[in-house]
Design a binder for this molecule. Sequence first.
Ligand SMILES: [Zn+2]
Length: 165
Amino acid sequence: MTMTLPYQEPLVVREPGERVIPEPPRRGEPGGPPCGICGGMATDAVWSDENWTLHPPVNGSLPGVVWLASRVHADSFSDLPEELQADFGVVAARVERAILSLGGVARVHLYRWGDGGAHFHVWFLPRPLGMVEASGMMLPLWEDVLPNVSDDELAEAARRVASAM
Ligand SMILES: [Zn+2]
């Protein structure tokens, strides 16, 4: 596999900026803006159970992308109740299998960045079959530069994932 940046070269390495300490509070943290997930600002869930909700993205380029959120407002893996930590592996496997069932998907990549909202959520991104230049960490960069599809198309693909759960 040959990972390739979605930009023409040569790129120029830049120096990192000054450290910002303390860091600004994230959404859903004390002193920060309210949590969008708890506040009902997220896209409607296409699937849910007693622990999790599954959502389509907006403004995206890859149909089949979904994100999974805990029902409880907890920040990261280490903040989740133990039974949810264990259940995450089970539900993540179901989401992966459901995305693969769409067809035309080589791999399903999971991203838990932890720099956005402070409400546990994990992204599932399908790498299109044969798109080897978008392997590994290149996939979210390619996702960013590829032309967006409509939010309706993203939601429809997410509903197909949900029906395969
Ligand atoms: Zn929340």
